[in-house]
Design a binder for this molecule. Structure first.
Ligand SMILES: [Zn+2]
Length: 268
């Protein structure tokens, strides 16, 4: 089980982050397509279940990328953090980086560059789950492909072998919470993300089924977490806690690109 693998990693001392998303306005018997195209109304007080679990020391550090960025050559942690912060401040227009930093205690986590050595993704063929269709796996793969086109230095290849995958995407019938997806990633002590697992639901909590379009939207949101993004209050973005849009926004893309323009870690 992929999640067990992550749980073991966490128990060994790595730090894990859990995030989740629900589809907005999940009224019973209302299709997600209808709800999302409507795109108005309140969040109905349904907070997203994002949470940060903090452990002790980290295990399994990932290799650092080549030090091409001059910022990485800063001589002290404080100097480097200050330089990164100034870089972020200077380039934050059109992004929700400030929200991300506020929500993460001024810390950023991301993957090392994975273009030459793409991340291997295993998408579970959940044939035994009621309502699962192969097209759902296609829509999930679409979400990875969309993020790979966003300009972040990540590429994804899909494998039928779960044991060899960096990323596992599995399915559940539904969550007990008002969410439709959940992402768990682990990072090392240098804030490089080292593994990630995504779980997507086939049904809303009330039992109504998610359609392909909704699965793709939730997958885009969860892969956004996998990339290292967190929530923004602006519902025009895929990273709103309650997903109301169907595609990456300019701000989603700009925020991710900004994240990957600096080293991870604390920036104050
Ligand atoms: Zn989320």
């Amino acid at each position: 089980m992929p999640l067990r693998r992550v749980a073991v990693r966490v128990s060994l001392g790595a730090l894990a982050f859990v995030a989740a998303a629900g589809l907005a306005g999940l009224g019973a018997r209302r299709s997600a397509a209808t709800v999302l195209s409507g795109a108005t109304g309140a969040h109905a007080g349904q907070a997203d279940a994002g949470d940060v679990a903090r452990g002790a020391a980290a295990a399994d550090p990932a290799p650092a990328p080549a030090a091409a960025d001059p910022l990485a050559l800063a001589t002290t942690v404080a100097t480097r953090a200050g330089a990164v912060r100034r870089t972020l401040d200077a380039r934050s227009a059109g992004t929700y980086m400030e929200e991300l930093l506020r929500g993460r205690d001024s810390s950023l986590a991301r993957w090392p560059e994975r273009v030459q050595r793409p991340l291997t993704v295993w998408v579970q063929p959940a044939r035994t789950l009621d309502g699962w269709r192969p097209a759902f796996a296609d829509r999930a793969r679409d979400a990875f492909a969309e993020w790979a086109r966003s300009g972040v230095p990540l590429r994804f290849v899909f494998s039928a072998d779960s044991a060899r995958a960096d990323v596992h995407l599995t399915w559940v019938d539904r969550f007990d919470e008002p969410i439709s997806g959940k992402t768990l990633w682990a990072r090392d002590e240098r804030w490089w993300i080292v593994s990630a697992d995504i779980v997507l639901a086939l049904h809303h909590r009330d039992g109504s089924p998610l359609d392909e379009s909704a699965v793709r939207a939730i997958a885009l949101h969860e892969v956004g977490h996998l990339v290292g993004l967190d929530h923004t209050r602006d519902a025009a973005n895929i990273m709103a806690p309650r997903v109301r849009v169907r595609d990456l926004s300019a701000a989603d893309v700009a925020t991710a690109r900004l994240l990957y323009s600096v080293p991870p870690g604390r920036v104050r």
